[in-house]
Design a binder for this molecule. Sequence first.
Ligand code: MN
Ligand code: MN
Length: 318
Amino acid sequence: MSDKFFTPISGMELPRFAGIATFMRLPYVQTEHPRAAEVQIGLVGLPFDGGVSNRPGPRHGPRALRDASTMIRAQNGATGVRPFDLARCADLGDVGPNPVDGPDTLARFESFFAGLKGRGVRPLSAGGDHLCTLPVLRGIARDKPLGLVHFDSHTDLYPAYFGGKTLTHGNPFRSAVEEGLLDPKRMVQIGIRGTTYDNVDTDFATAHGIRIIRIEEFFARGVADVMAEAREIVGSAPAYLSYDIDFVDPAVAPGTGTPEWGGPNSFQAIQVVRECQGLNIVGADLVEVSPPFDPSGNTAWLGASLMFEILCVMATAL
Ligand code: MN
Ligand code: MN
């Protein structure tokens, strides 16, 4: 690209600890910005955790992820991909939530992402809790259901909590299937583990043909074999990638609300994303980083690194 506007600030020009922290040191391009129409992949913060059912904090995720992401350089050392040469990327800022009104927040988020879809911008969002994924899908998948690659230690397929119709971070994918935003036959959930309430979530998966690859199977088969099956399930049609940081073992990524032991290490956490290369990922998110439970900052740093890996897959798919 001859025009340097969409090129991140290099650590060789300005030290990484200096300047205002945007995602990956990209330009900050709000909707009214004169160059907003040129953006192909938009990095977006969703500072909302009103869907959390246990320990809170992911509302602080976008700031911590932005700060950590200033360490990201321009090239993927393993794959050679240079995402900022392949796609015009920008930090679109945060979508303002209403922290005391979940339904209002979901409506604001949906409207923002519907606007992005209208302008042909593919979103890569930083949560926020996992409920944030639902309004993103409502914004970009109303016309045609998407496939889904979902990394998590939980299925997030539970019915409403606390009686009534309460939406939480424990049920966004059940809602998305029921609303026709996802094609369950093109869905794969990887890394599931921990204690459970009952079989209501897995029964829903079985009834709809959603493939669940539990952590025991993941470790028995290995990353490459599992991800080959995942690519087969999702196919070549447009798909979404949703990455809950609690997929990773809490020894590595403790800064999250609902940790579960017996998970992947940081290398495996990164490898599963690289193995998504070739999928037609039209939107993605990295959710559930909770800075108050992340005193070392390691969880945010891994989250930012995963966002870069996801961006490489998205930029290649353009
Ligand atoms: Mn989740
Ligand atoms: Mn989870």
